[in-house]
Design a protein around this ligand. Sequence first.
Ligand code: F3S
Length: 282
Amino acid sequence: MQVKLARKRGFCFGVEDAIELAERSLSENERIVALGPIIHNRQVVERLEDAGLNQSSQLDEVDSDTTVLIRSHGAAPDVYQEAKDRSLSLVDATCVLVKKAQNVVSLLNEEGYQVIMIGDGEHPEVKGVIGYAPDVIVVDSEEELDEKLPKRGKLGIVAQTTHAPEHVANMIGAIAARPFRELKVVNTLCLEVVRRQEAAVELCQEVDVMFVLGGLHSANTRELARLCDEEGTATYHLETWDQFKPEMVKGHLIAGVTAGASTPDYIINQFADNLVDFELAP
Ligand code: F3S
């Protein structure tokens, strides 16, 4: 079948840097543990585990002679403090854009703003970023605003780096419609994600069916799939070719392929090559 690839897809620089750092650290350290999956891609995590990168969700489970790897999503300041208190060596793979969001939250708090973060409170990036100021309020839907926002005062607003600009703009609009004395919005969105979203939406206009490849827990991949679906194009979010089923392309002539920022090229290329060779049974 005919297959078109999104002009922007797959690994972002933050994920590439994190993997490179993990690989280098593996060659330099005997015992190294990542605090949670280094990125949201099972295949990459498993490959690094095979190479010796263990994983732990809690710092207190890590032995004292171990090097700790902070993943691309970053971590809250208490994690750094605890590592320092226990004299653990740290390798920090936090993406520079997540670091920027952490710094912005801290600065907004110093400037006297009540910090609001638009994001998914369960996402590891958000859990880390909100540790950089006391009492940060996390909101992700307009319904939550009445319940969670204060009635007055001055608000400093940031967003989860991987959120869709349109959603963030709607949230900011809904906050701005309330009688706050002052709003300061700092754009913490990641352009890498935005470019992948634009390219995916563009490709939807040229294809009958879209495949969005990436970890099922990857927020930016799920967002890509949601946007393609919203375009009215039949959309499937898969991790690899193993999950492909012939009925997904039945009645379709042209397929589009895109991938989240933590999906390696070999998964995308393998999928696209298989799809090109795929022929529906008569
Ligand atoms: Fe960083 Fe953006 Fe990638 S925040 S990890 S460059 S998706």
